[in-house]
Write a protein that binds this ligand. Structure first.
Ligand SMILES: Cc1cc2nc3c(=O)[nH]c(=O)nc-3n(C[C@H](O)[C@H](O)[C@H](O)COP(=O)(O)O)c2cc1C
Length: 374
């Protein structure tokens, strides 16, 4: 057996060890009912769980009904939500050893939206299924939208408690880790970005003040989740708008999170302003991950247009990031990790029911694969 390529070496995120460095990025499905997972989640997560990836991160999961992006977002704010997810997780665990993380989220001013396939526009609070969104400041995401309600001190306390409660439910569900969603223009990112945060209290103005709420949320989640399981954050490294949140802020926030016990940084970008000018291209966010890894030293996950096995291997082998996460490529090809292992000459876990599919010329592709008949 050749030595495993770097992409297929284990990685530790806090005390959690992943078999390889391929992570399935969180992906909203807009298919829950009142926040509860259903059969679509069983089908969707089921296929991803047998993909051979090192970890599956569940979609943005709202900590409150008001924190959902759309009325169909997954949530973890009620006993019904917890029971519905327990059923799905039990099935995944019965058939796959994959590590399962959850992304805890609050949409802030981007709440009360239509699903992408219905155009994704704001549902006004007076319309059926719509509600009034909350945010750091009463500044709408886009000029023609209803402004959100600025969170006052008691509302901030409520949101912190909602994150903590959801983290306790995630602990009861036995999730392996929590990713705090502080990216893509949702509530926590809205606090970070001067484009969305116009506050004049202790939560606005200076970088230190804008980081305060994110760090407070990190602390309550960290406190509510078992100490031996990792909590980490997803951050937008830049708003792609002059005068917005940027890589310097990202580095400062990552350092502050590290000091509080954050286990990793998942480096994405954008989402806070319709004025963003994103420079898209293969691996376009990897240079930001590289800076976080080099300057902060936490395990760093790169994401964004990573689609090719050699590209992913080079990112790890060159030390640009510690792990890669893939979203669209995993939907397009849910066996991406198998195919990457085949391309790179690595081994990957596959369910024994599928071992017979191992190509003749790849005798070592599936770990421990053997089959006989009489
Ligand atoms: C269908 C879909 C749903 C997504 N939902 C989420 C989400 O719930 N949370 C999140 O942080 N990012 C979400 N994203 C962004 C992805 O996690 C990822 O950062 C982005 O798609 C870039 O990676 P890719 O080029 O591998 O697709 C979503 C992307 C897609 C395509």
């Amino acid at each position: 057996m050749m030595p495993q390529p770097q992409l297929f070496t284990p990685i530790r995120i806090g005390d959690l060890t992943l078999d390889n460095r391929i992570i399935i990025a969180p992906m909203c499905q807009y298919s829950a009912r009142e926040g509860s997972a259903g059969d679509w989640h069983m089908i969707h997560l089921g296929q991803l769980a047998i993909s051979g990836a090192g970890m599956l991160i569940l979609e943005a999961t709202a900590v409150s009904p008001a924190g959902r992006i759309t009325p169909w977002d997954l949530g973890l704010y009620s006993d019904a939500n917890e029971h519905a997810l327990a059923r799905v997780l039990q099935a995944l665990r019965a058939h796959s050893p994959i590590k399962i993380g959850m992304q805890l989220a609050h949409a802030g001013r981007k709440a009360s939206s239509r699903a992408p396939w219905d155009g994704g526009a704001q549902i006004h609070s007076g319309e059926p299924l719509g509600w009034h969104a909350f945010a750091p400041s009463a500044v709408p995401h886009a000029p023609n939208e209803d402004p959100p309600i600025a969170l006052d001190d008691s509302a901030l306390q409520r949101v912190r408690s909602e994150f903590a409660n959801a983290a306790r439910r995630a602990a009861r569900l036995g999730l392996d880790g929590i990713e705090i969603h502080a990216a893509h223009g949702y509530l926590l990112h809205q606090f970070l970005s001067p484009l969305a945060n116009h506050r004049t209290d202790a939560y606005g103005g200076s970088l230190e003040n804008r980081m305060r709420f994110v760090l407070e949320v990190f602390d309550v989640v960290r406190e509510a989740f078992p100490a031996d399981k990792p909590v980490w954050a997803r951050i937008s490294a830049t708003d792609w708008v002059p005068g917005g949140w940027d890589i310097e802020g990202t580095l400062a926030l990552s350092q502050a999170l590290k000091a509080r016990g954050c286990a990793a940084i998942h480096v994405s970008s954008g989402g806070v302003s319709p004025q963003q000018q994103i420079k898209l291209g293969p691996g376009y966010q990897v240079p930001y991950a590289q800076r976080v890894k080099a300057e902060v030293g936490l395990p760093t996950i790169a994401v964004g247009l990573i689609t090719d096995a050699q590209q992913a291997e080079a990112i790890i082998a060159n030390g640009e990031a510690d792990a890669v996460s893939l979203a669209r490529a995993m939907l397009y090809d849910p066996r991406w990790p198998w195919h990457a292992a085949a391309t790179l000459g690595a081994q990957v876990k596959a369910p024994h029911q599928y071992w017979r599919s191992q190509p003749r010329e790849l005798k070592d592709l599936f770990e421990n694969a053997k089959f006989g008949a009489r």
